[in-house]
Design a protein around this ligand. Structure first.
Ligand code: NAD
Length: 367
């Protein structure tokens, strides 16, 4: 794939702070195709699995700025149920071979890729080439080259690209990111974070197949990575990690990964991710206090507290609805999305470093 660049070169080109993200996204932000004036943007979901079916489609029934209008599926038996449930017309039903024809369908403005990670790049690029805005689920793709190829395709076709990190749209998460930026409790010195659940994935699940992006680090590890970067407001300069599996289902992927990120000024993030145990926390220590979110990435609500007794109660709004409405508004108003493609790429850059470190027995890998 084109645009192969080293981690070090990437950091050099784009800067090592999160400011680099907004700078890069604003500098590189193309003048996008503005959809025709419609009340709501039409969204087509690609991949009608658990997340699309149980979470995104129901959330799209309550969004104000976008709605479900199309589906792309490789399983014909799902079509009639989706059509009946959500009123999707025949003209807006595609399979993976016909998906590119959405280019001729004005009803669809946005394509939301909800496939296994190993397929994100291929179908995000098809969507961008069809001239549709792309929402791509986390983790963005398998490696940095794939992420860059998606970013390039979106830029070339003048469509928006955003990654489905719903937490960045969540109010308590936004509050703790602000605490870090404004040094409300002093400078951040350490982040500790864990994301995982006790899975029992069967051999046919993509979550146990390395080529499709299986394993705890791709699926859940990107949450602590993304949270730590945004809580600290910097990019890590080195990472190390150790991957292991205990159960046979996870023989080909990591069931557990423990990893650390080292930032400038001696700041560290100590993280864990797992398919073997349930864990869901983000603890932040600062020079003058602390705060946490526990849980920090549950659909049902994120809540936290701080060292001075401030309580961050769960927000009652639907996280995915808020995310998709924010992303739809960014398209309508031609503003930068909250989570641009570069943000997903940076997580994958770190993830690649953790894989490399684990192969080297857990030694530090410079980024
Ligand atoms: P899933 O297995 O339930 O659904 C995947 C869908 O992809 C299925 O409909 C399947 O038929 C389809 N598919 C097409 N080609 C496939 C192939 N070659 N192999 C396997 N499946 C194929 O998975 P999911 O839990 O819905 O996850 C889908 C994506 O959504 C992943 O990227 C995942 O990380 C992401 N996700 C995000 C969140 C979040 O909170 N943001 C939550 C869950 C899942």
């Amino acid at each position: 794939m084109s645009n192969r660049i080293s981690r070090r070169e990437f950091i050099r080109r784009t800067g090592s702070t999160l400011a680099g993200i907004s700078l890069a996204s604003s500098l590189g932000f193309p003048s996008i195709l503005i959809p025709k004036k419609k009340d709501k943007l039409g969204v087509a979901l690609v991949g009608l699995g658990q997340y699309a079916g149980r979470v995104l489609a129901p959330a799209l029934q309550h969004t104000r700025h976008c709605e479900l209008r199309g589906i792309v599926t490789g399983t014909p038996s799902k079509i009639s149920d989706w059509q009946q449930r959500y009123g999707v017309p025949d003209a807006n039903v595609y399979n993976y071979q016909t998906m590119h024809e959405v280019a001729n369908n004005d009803d669809i403005d946005v394509i939301y890729i909800v496939l296994p990670p190993g397929l994100h790049a291929e179908y995000s690029i098809i969507a961008a080439e069809a001239g549709k805005h792309v929402w791509c689920e986390k983790p963005m793709a398998m490696d940095v080259d794939e992420c860059q190829a998606i970013i390039d395709a979106a830029k070339k076709n003048r469509v928006q690209l955003t990654i489905g990190y719903r937490m960045q749209h969540e109010p308590n998460t936004q509050t703790i990111i602000r605490y870090g930026r404004e040094k409300t409790y002093g400078a951040v010195t350490e982040v500790r974070s864990g994301a995982g659940f006790r899975g029992n994935h069967q051999p046919d699940s993509w979550r146990v197949k390395p080529e499709l992006g299986g394993g705890a680090l791709y699926d859940m590890g990107v949450y602590p990575i993304n949270a730590a970067r945004h809580a600290i407001g910097l990019e890590p300069v080195a990472v190390r990690g150790v991957m292991r599996s205990e159960r046979d289902n996870y023989a080909d992927v990591d069931e557990f990964t423990d990893f650390e990120m080292r930032f400038t000024n001696g700041i560290t993030a100590v993280c864990e991710t797992s398919f073997g145990k349930s864990t869901n926390y983000l603890d932040i220590t600062c020079t003058d206090g602390w705060y946490n979110l526990r849980p920090f990435q549950s659909y049902g609500g994120v809540q936290g507290e701080t060292s001075d007794g401030t309580v961050l109660p769960p927000d009652p709004d639907n996280q995915q609805g808020r995310q998709m409405d924010n992303d739809a508004l960014a398209i309508r108003e031609n503003t930068a999305p909250i989570v641009p493609g570069i943000d997903g790429l940076r997580d994958i850059l770190i993830l690649e470093g953790i894989f490399e470190s684990s192969r080297k027995g857990g030694e530090w890998v410079e980024l």
